[in-house]
Ligand binder design. Sequence first.
Ligand code: SAM
Ligand code: SF4
Ligand code: F3S
Length: 440
Amino acid sequence: MKNNSFFILNYGCQMNVLEAQKMEGHLLSLDYEKAHNEFEADLVIFNTCAVRHTAERKIFGKIGEVKKKGKPGGKIAVGGCVSQVEGEILFKKYKNIDIVFGSRNKNLISVFYHRALNGERVLDLTMGFDDFDLKYATNAKRDSKYSAFVEIMKGCNNYCTYCIVPYARGKELSYTPKNILNTIKTLIDQGYKEITLLGQNVNSFGTKFVDDVKRNYSFLDLLNDIEKIQGIFLLRFITSHPKDFNNDLIDIMADSNILAHSLHLPLQSGSNRILKLMNRKYTIEEYLNKIEYLKTRIPDIALTTDMIFGFPGETEKDFEDSIAILKKVRYNVSFLFQFSPRINTPAAKMEDLFVPEKEKLKRLQYAIEIQNEISLELSKKYIGTKKKVLFDGVDRTNKYARGRDSHNMIVIAGDKSIIGKIRDVKINDANSFTLFGDIL
Ligand code: SAM
Ligand code: SF4
Ligand code: F3S
């Protein structure tokens, strides 16, 4: 086959990372070749994210650059979440895009490409569920040979008022337990040791399955069944929704031999009034009760969160409440964002309540300062401790091995010879997000 080199530019969350890996595995299995970069490829695929305006803006700048400096005659395909919500506008407005495809038809990319080669401009946003993800879950071209993402569900039914994900990804559907367990078993046979389960709200796993069969099978059942698979060193999951995260799951985490002692529990705001406007369906008190039980059952738990600053109507007092929670819970890492109005979401229509841009930025910057101090203090506490780490790559200097421990901290130690190995490490230095150590 000619004109068969491709390059994927990926943006957004872990779901997109995995889906880009699946597309790559799929195209390689069809005898496509991976180009060295986006400027040498016959087909450049943008796998997009629409979660914030800044993410979107970056993508459009890059499309222009690829069109200008890319391979003459090369085709540009734009898929993923931006296309799914604004594909028709994109298609009409940007004539330099050859293919616009969606978030649930990535398996058809090579068909679309062939149509584009025949001179057609392709727009296909079909949301019909396909078996791309099941069939290719084990075939994905993952960056690491030891640590793998496994998608357990798609979509989201929560409709938080600021969030575009439910519109970009559709209704929530869980994969069948059999498929998930088989995928994990195959990955373990292939040498993977660390598995991260992905879903926008893993705690509601099992509400509706892709095959429409009713099963009495929850996320806790899935974790129990995964625990029985031999050969997993570490099991993680993201993301948990605080309204569904419960004490039974905490008990399973506490008793498990493989579940990581880290948890991402997005809070979004420290004010009950704002949480209500966000449609988050929990109160600060309920959230804190869960954290308290978690800390009693797993005293070394490492917590991370997501917070939004400058949500419409956020007052100085609401903002102070958010800062107070950051200080109270003391997260190892917080992903902090300023509110970004997204097309067609309810919060984007609360214009009368918008917080001025300057104020949003000021609040965000203050929160980042506070969080960085906390992150550094917590990181430093690991100095002198011993950690068991699966090393699955190299650090930025390309000299040392790099891995993540049970607390989801980046650990740098040893040299490349230990990649793929599990080693005990004595931590002797730390910055806010990274620990440095010696192999014992
Ligand atoms: N499902 C996950 C959850 O419930 O937290 C992840 C959702 S989203 C991919 C990741 C984070 O982006 C959210 O937790 C939220 O903090 C942030 N986010 C989503 N929409 C946003 C918006 N319109 N403006 C700013 N941040 C946003
Ligand atoms: Fe977005 Fe809320 Fe769904 Fe997370 S739970 S993806 S924040 S709508
Ligand atoms: Fe972005 Fe879509 Fe993920 S909007 S954060 S790539 S689900």
